[in-house]
Design a protein around this ligand. Structure first.
Ligand code: S3P
Length: 443
């Protein structure tokens, strides 16, 4: 799982992106599909699963806790679950690699089982805050021995029966919300999460699909999500839609590279995930939806994107939860827009796979783009459509989205952009560079 050898890549400018491509399965939904299937009694089938390192870390951990998980073909998986409450004591530490979602959601699962698990991860994951899940799961009765600052490696001693709680999210985080809901699955009574700001709702949708009793109520305090404990999950057949976060790289790439005309197929368009599309449209991007349909209980469409002149905007902070993973590539779009784009209210970017504000400020500045860093965001002065200077070696900092975003920037640069390590791309989008070769040629 660890990226042993750094893989440097020099990105040369490219001609237009044309034709069509299919994005891989949604990472958030893939994790959840495996986890919920592992808790159902009987056999679930999953197609379109993202086979990136993060999701494979989830599969390995669930196997280590007793689930029978088998790959039957490309993106096709079969899971025989242990039933809610049936997770077994893992024999060795759970190696989470780079994956925050695996870690935080599985901590929720373990918390209400009478088992003890140790979670370890790579240098990036070991620097990320886990206090945000330790806090509510401790209230439910789980015990933690964490590294200083509430970080990995950590040991979690679960408890059964756990105590149902009502927890108001102090940060807008679907991972924290999901961790509490997953702990609530094996907890007697009703566990509630109050979400003042809406975040991605894949857990809620899929838990209902698996037959859990889950209610959502709109309240002045926010959305109140209640899960009835000691649930019985029924096995499902799940088709995972394409990942809008992976699509984002192509939407920006085709918008900035002159002459591009690209169809990105099978993109999940759950409104809790579409902030980047909204922001790009505000900037003047030419993105149209084709063939809107439903896949796996989620809205999906093909997106037709053509090169277009972009104009700077003030990115509406209320879009942050629905584009939290897309800021790095939005910053790249801003580097090619006319004027100064300002994105604030995105403090959470500092605790992602890297500090994405600092990482993108450093990388874009090295490539000759004027950036001003704020505690909670970035201002970027764009070229108005011209190539950026490039000619720099930038650090991806064990962060797949920094590596892919700076690759996109390099597609329209005067001199090559060298990325010190693209190995992390395998966590979420193993076919990214092959697809890039399929839809474009070096200029
Ligand atoms: C995710 C939630 C988000 C996101 C991450 C995936 C999820 O994290 O950044 O890539 O699948 O629930 P936060 O919950 O920390 O915002």
């Amino acid at each position: 799982m660890a990226h042993s050898d750094p893989q440097e890549l020099s990105v040369a400018p490219r001609g237009p992106l044309t034709g069509s491509l299919q994005v891989p399965g949604d990472k958030s939904i893939s994790h959840r599909a495996l986890m919920f299937s592992a808790l159902a009694v009987g056999e679930s089938r999953i197609t379109g699963l993202l086979e990136g390192e993060d999701v494979l870390a989830t599969a390995a951990a669930l196997r280590a806790m007793g689930a029978d998980i088998e790959r039957t073909g490309a993106g096709a998986w079969r899971v025989n679950g242990v039933g809610v409450g049936g997770l077994l004591q893992p024999a060795t530490a759970l190696e989470m690699g780079n994956s925050g979602t695996s870690t935080r959601l599985l901590m929720g699962l373990v918390a209400s089982h009478p088992i003890t698990a140790t979670f370890t991860g790579d240098a990036s994951l070991s620097a990320r805050p886990m206090g945000r899940v330790i806090e509510p799961l401790s209230q439910m009765g789980a015990a933690f021995t964490a590294s200083p600052g509430g970080r990995l490696p950590l040991m979690l001693r679960g408890i059964s029966p756990a105590v149902p709680i009502t927890y108001t999210l102090p940060v807008a985080s679907a991972q924290v919300k999901s961790a509490v809901l997953l702990a609530g699955l094996n907890t007697p009574g009703i566990t509630r999460v109050v979400e003042p700001v809406a975040t991605r709702d894949h857990s809620e949708r899929m838990l209902r699909g698996f037959g859990a009793e889950l209610t959502i109520e709109d309240d002045p305090a926010g959305r109140i999500i209640a899960i009835h404990g000691e649930a019985e999950l029924r096995p499902q057949t799940i088709t995972v839609p394409g990942d809008p976060s992976s699509a984002g790289f192509w939407l920006v790439a085709a918008s900035i590279v002159p002459g591009s005309d690209l169809v990105v197929r099978n993109v999940g368009l759950n409104v809790t995930r579409t902030g980047l599309i909204a922001a790009l449209r505000l900037m003047g991007a030419d993105i149209t939806e084709l063939d809107r349909r439903e896949v796996g209980g989620e809205p999906v469409a093909d997106l037709h994107v053509r090169h277009a002149p972009l104009t700077a905007i003030e990115v509406p902070p209320e879009l942050a939860p629905s584009m939290i993973d897309e800021y790095p590539v939005l910053f790249v779009a801003a580097a090619f827009a006319a004027g100064r784009t300002v994105a604030r209210g995105a403090h959470e970017l500092r605790v992602k796979e890297s500090d994405r504000i600092a990482a993108m400020a450093a990388a874009l500045t090295a490539c000759g783009v004027a950036c001003e860093e704020y505690e909670d965001g970035l201002a970027i002065t764009g070229t108005g459509g011209e190539a950026i200077p490039g000619g720099a070696r930038v650090a991806s900092l064990l962060d797949h989205r920094i590596a892919m975003s700076m690759t996109v920037a390099g597609l329209h640069a005067t001199r090559p952009v060298v990325i010190d390590d693209i190995a992390p791309v395998a966590t979420s989008y193993p076919a990214f560079y092959k697809t890039l070769d399929d839809v474009s040629e070096e200029a």
